[in-house]
Design a protein around this ligand. Structure first.
Ligand code: PLP
Length: 398
């Protein structure tokens, strides 16, 4: 049995659940910063599988790790110990402020695990408190509970009634968190920079104030670093730039360089789980952990976060130049290689298509914002090429 088709996009419209607003592009191959479509056209990729392909496409280090592990041992279940899982867990603990790890298959699953841990913590240590405070414009995943945590009406409204125990308050507003805190609160969960919400950077002292409040009230601080972690913002984790430490942290996107993996980490004092209280069939299997271990080792050994600082400010400055040139741009925001260009009107979708025509992939994270989240190994030369295409596309639309 086999499926052959002349028009894959037409087949998608018939057989796939109609949930994605896809770009009219069928990708078949990738190498480094580039991907190719089914007509052979080449694109410079500043989307990177949504901040996932941290080493670029099909990096030899990742390909070798995956092919070697695929030929050795792929899946065992967590009934047994496996070496790649413990290597990855050991490296994650050694290079972060957290003490224990659980490995799952996606970002949403990592957040679910972190929220379950917060509920256990509340039940045992906080007199049964179970509410988690999260923020407007946040993004924590697509499961029912992570949708309740995600403070965006467009994701929540189709699925009400949502699981209870979540309070959404404005981002970058410590007083709102204070007002929402009650004796039922067990945790505050935040992204250090909001990614899917449009690349929103809080004030420099926001995370510190939230940390102090959590300390004062005995609440867990969960940082969702699924998008900001693994070097994306110019340090291995974004919390390191704010002089604070979370009690619990979630990671996923950039960790596996493209293979599906997510994890949550916790401080010893927060890790109240007992055997049997959480689990996963595939989670942390040898295949994905070998990938995660190879990617994380490469990022650390090659000082990729420092590279991200350097090329990130190069891209930021180039975008600022465009902002000075075109009135359509309201500003540039973000850190490292998590950047967005704000737009005066809702033309991000059109700009994405214009860039695509000229061989550049960028993401319309909001109708009025373009997001640039290239692989962390992007060079200044790639950036000049991307800026040149953006310049032409903005010029066309003047
Ligand atoms: C992408 C993302 C998620 C969800 O990850 P999935 O792998 O899509 O489930 C959660 N939190 C943040 C901050 C994200 O950027």
């Amino acid at each position: 049995m086999s499926i052959k088709h002349t028009d894959w996009q037409e087949l998608e419209k018939k057989v796939f659940m109609p949930v994605f607003k896809r770009n009219p592009l069928t990708l078949v191959r990738g190498k480094g910063m580039k991907v190719w479509d089914d007509t052979g056209k080449e694109y410079l990729d500043f989307v990177g599988g949504l901040a996932v392909t941290s080493l670029g496409h099909c990096h030899p280090v990742l390909v070798n790790a995956v092919t070697k592990q695929a030929a050795t041992l792929i899946q065992t279940s967590n009934l047994y110990y496996t070496v790649p899982q413990l290597q990855l867990a050991g490296l994650l603990v050694k290079t972060s402020c957290l003490d224990r790890v659980f490995i799952g298959n996606s970002g949403a699953e990592a957040v679910e695990g972190a929220m379950k841990l917060a509920r256990r913590y509340g039940k045992i240590k906080l007199d049964g408190a179970y509410e988690i405070i999260t923020t407007h414009e946040s993004f924590h995943g697509r499961t029912l509970a992570t949708t309740a945590a995600t403070g965006q009406n467009k994701f929540q409204e189709p699925y009400t009634p949502l699981p209870t125990g979540f309070v959404n308050v404005p981002y970058n507003d410590i007083e709102a968190i204070k007002r929402a805190t009650t004796k039922l609160t067990c945790a505050v969960m935040l992204e250090p920079i909001q990614g899917e919400g449009g690349v929103n950077v809080p004030d420099d002292d926001y995370l510190g104030k939230v940390r102090s409040w959590c300390d004062e009230k005995g609440l867990l601080l969960i940082l969702d670093e699924i998008q900001t972690g693994i070097g994306r913002t110019g340090s291995l984790y974004a919390y390191q730039q704010y002089g604070i430490e979370p009690d619990v942290m979630t990671i996923a996107k950039g960790l596996g360089g493209g293979v599906p993996i997510g994890a949550f980490l916790a401080k010893e004092a927060a890790c109240v789980f007992k055997p049997g209280e959480h689990g996963s069939t595939f989670g942390g299997n040898p295949l994905v952990c070998a990938a995660g271990y190879a990617v994380l080792s490469y990022i650390i050994d090659n000082h990729i976060p420092e590279h991200v600082q350097k090329v990130g400010s190069y891209l930021y400055n180039g975008l600022q130049d465009l902002a000075g040139k075109y009135a359509a741009i309201t500003g540039v925001r973000g850190k490292g290689l998590l950047l967005a260009v704000g737009l005066k009107v809702e033309i991000a979708g059109d700009l994405v298509l214009g860039c695509m025509d000229r061989g550049l992939l960028v993401n319309n994270v909001k109708p009025d914002a373009l997001r640039l989240i290239p692989p962390l190994v992007v060079t200044e030369k790639d950036i000049r090429k991307a800026l040149d295409i953006l310049d032409k596309v903005f010029k066309e639309r003047q």
